[in-house]
Every structure is written in structure tokens, then in C-alpha cells.
Ligand binder design. Structure first.
Ligand SMILES: NC(=O)c1ccc[n+]([C@@H]2O[C@H](COP(=O)([O-])OP(=O)(O)OC[C@H]3O[C@@H](n4cnc5c(N)ncnc54)[C@H](OP(=O)(O)O)[C@@H]3O)[C@@H](O)[C@H]2O)c1
Length: 329
């Protein structure tokens, strides 16, 4: 990746001397072209994020399937889609959490929508079993929307070799196998009616390295490539595929309870995210601003900042853990 750097940054990097080999400055013509591309990207973003009227999701079909719908983004999304009149199939691993979520949705929206659930543990169930179960349970339903949202990361920031093998295995299974096999099960139903939308919940860590959560970040790169490639295969058959790539959201996964300007709540990202399903997006506008800022940094500087940030977070977490252990030996 190459970057157009403001003069001041370029000079200071050169003076320090240690980042020279990773900073590429483009010739003028290329710079102009890149600037125009950025202008165009910015204009498209403003149009898509703020001005374009939202899609009517019911046009794809009257049912939506959401994986990982008992917590965080998936749960918020289930309520959002129910508010738009879509019937829901919730997919997660915990029966009682699924029942609770279904009941809460029924209490809020009454009999105007139907909700059912399917229990699948993406860390344990094998691909063909997932396909069989889903095919059976959605038979006869007009499914228009599949949201591959279920996701898992390591419970603490840790070096790759020091993460328990079971976690590494589960992260790959839930994040990659889950989305892949769900798509395999649902896409044929959409192809039959020549319309449908598949949303894969990726992450900004799919394109920015995330040290100490390496496997998680790599699975999110898979989501992005999977989405772009499958979109090319099926766009002409009326299927929209989108990969959403949020930065940090306040959920159980991040252990962040309170939202802030750059860290939205799950509830606040789902509404803008589902207003547009035909392009890959960063669903929340402050995340887009954050990305514009990061994207202007040279790779080496960005990587250095990211590594420092996560090492500090790890130190803090370890300190907190040892204090807790001292209190309750
Ligand atoms: N939070 C962020 O900062 C952030 C940023 C970028 C992208 N994302 C992505 O957004 C998606 C949702 O994240 P979140 O923050 O909402 O996470 P979350 O609050 O931890 O919720 C994760 C959901 O996935 C389900 N799940 C976990 N393991 C499963 C398994 N083995 N089988 C079936 N379902 C399973 C969970 O069910 P249980 O309740 O039973 O565990 C839960 O419903 C993930 O794909 C994540 O990578 C999150």
C-alpha cells in the first residue's frame, strides 16, 4: 500500500531516518490521480452514509436469518429488523439465551412478526450438519436476508503461540466455518427466487493488523475476501453480498460497557448499517472518520502505533488480573 504524505510528515520521517524504506512518495501525476480517487470516495461516502434513501429490506423476502443473535450486534440487529416488520430466524448456540431473545422480541413487537430459532454451535457442529439443519428448518420460508454475524475472539490479548489451542480452533471455526456453511445452506434458496442479500460481519481488523488477536484479525480478512469474491459470482443473479467492517463497538466481545464518540453501542450501528446493502461499508460514520485518519498514516507508523496501543492494553489487563488474584487468592 502506498500513501500520499503531507510534507511535514514526510520530512519528519526522513529526519528520523528509520521509516524511510517503508514510505513511498508517488510522482505528481499519480498523486493527483490518488487525490481525485479520494475525493470521489469521500463524495460516495457522504451520499451513501447520509443522503441515499434506505432500502426496503422486505423486498428481498419476508424472513431474515441472523447468526450470533443472542448478544451484542446480532441481538440489536434482531430488534432493528423486527421493527422493520421482518420475520426472524435466530441462530446461536445457547437454547435459553435464544428463547429469552425470542420472547423479548415477541413482547416488543407482538404478533406482527414471527420469530423462531435454530440451535447451532459453530465451534462444534460440522459444515454438512449445519447445512442439513438449516435447510430443514427454513424449508418453505421466504428467506431474503442472511446475516453472518456470529463471531469469537480470544478472551484476552495474547501472543499467538501463547493462546490456548482450543481458543484458536474455536475462533477459526466460528468466524470462518460459520459464515461459509450458513451461506452454502441459504444461498440456493435465494438463487431460486433470484433475489437476496447476504451480510457478512467482518471487522476493520480485516485490513489493519491486530497484534495479540492475530487469528481473529485473519478470520476477518477471510470474511472480506469471501464477500467480494462471492459477490462477483452471484451479483448478476440478483444477490447482494456485503461485508461490514466496524471498528470497536461496545459489546461483550470488547468488554466495553459504555459507548463513546468513536466506540458506538451495538444499537447505534445497526440502523445505518442496514440502510444499504449493495456495497462494502464501515457501518458507523465516526468509524469512517477514524479510518480516514488512519488511512493517511504510512504503514510503518500505523503498525507501530497499533502494536504500542495493544501492548499497553495487555499490560493493563495483566495488572488488573494480578490485583484481582491478590484480592481473591
Ligand atoms: N464488538 C466489536 O468491537 C466488533 C468490531 C468489529 C466487528 N465485530 C464483529 O461483530 C460480530 C458480533 O460481535 P459482538 O461484539 O456483537 O459479539 P458478542 O456480543 O460477543 O456476541 C457474539 C454472538 O455470537 C454468538 N456466538 C459465539 N460463539 C458461538 C458459537 N460457537 N456458535 C454460535 N454462536 C456463537 C454469541 O452467542 P453466545 O451469547 O451464546 O455466546 C453471541 O450471540 C462478530 O462477528 C465480531 O467479530 C465486533
Amino acid at each position: 500500500m502506498t500513501y500520499v504524505l503531507p510534507n511535514v510528515v514526510r520530512t519528519s520521517l526522513n529526519e528520523r531516518g528509520n521509516l524511510d524504506n517503508t514510505v513511498y512518495v508517488r510522482p505528481n501525476m499519480v498523486c493527483t490521480f490518488m487525490n481525485k480517487r479520494k475525493d470521489l470516495a469521500m463524495t460516495t461516502w457522504v451520499w451513501v452514509a447520509f443522503l441515499r434513501p434506505p432500502k426496503n429490506l422486505k423486498d428481498y423476502g419476508s424472513w431474515a436469518l441472523i447468526t450470533g443473535s443472542t448478544d451484542g450486534i446480532g441481538k440489536a440487529l434482531a430488534f432493528e429488523l423486527a421493527s422493520k416488520g421482518l420475520n426472524l430466524v435466530l441462530v446461536s448456540r445457547d437454547t435459553s439465551k435464544l428463547e429469552n431473545t425470542c420472547n423479548a422480541i415477541r413482547e416488543t413487537y407482538g404478533s406482527s412478526i414471527q420469530v423462531k430459532y435454530i440451535v447451532i454451535d459453530f465451534a462444534k457442529d460440522k459444515g454438512p450438519e449445519i447445512v442439513e439443519k438449516i435447510e430443514q428448518d427454513i424449508s418453505g420460508l421466504d428467506v431474503g436476508l442472511l446475516i453472518n454475524n456470529a463471531g469469537l475472539t480470544n478472551p484476552y490479548l495474547e501472543y499467538f503461540v501463547d493462546i490456548e489451542s482450543q481458543y484458536t480452533d474455536d475462533i477459526i471455526r466460528v468466524n470462518i466455518n460459520g459464515a461459509t456453511w450458513m451461506t452454502k445452506a441459504v444461498l440456493p434458496v435465494m438463487l431460486k427466487k433470484k433475489k437476496g442479500a447476504i451480510v457478512n460481519v467482518g471487522s476493520a481488523s480485516g485490513f489493519i493488523p491486530l497484534p495479540l488477536s492475530t487469528v481473529y484479525a485473519a478470520t476477518k480478512s477471510y470474511m472480506e475476501t469471501f464477500s467480494r469474491s462471492i459477490s462477483l459470482e452471484y451479483k448478476q443473479h440478483g444477490i447482494h453480498v456485503q461485508c461490514q467492517t466496524p471498528f470497536i463497538v461496545a459489546t461483550k466481545m470488547t468488554s466495553i460497557r459504555r459507548s463513546s464518540f468513536f466506540i458506538p453501542s451495538a444499537e447505534s450501528i445497526v440502523e445505518p448499517a442496514y440502510a444499504r446493502l449493495d456495497m462494502n461499508i464501515m457501518p458507523y460514520w465516526t468509524h469512517s472518520i477514524f479510518w480516514f485518519i488512519l488511512d493517511a498514516l504510512p504503514d510503518a507508523l500505523l503498525e507501530c502505533l497499533v502494536l504500542r496501543h495493544y501492548l499497553i492494553l495487555r499490560e493493563k489487563a495483566l495488572l488488573k488480573k494480578s490485583m484481582k488474584n491478590k484480592k481473591n487468592p
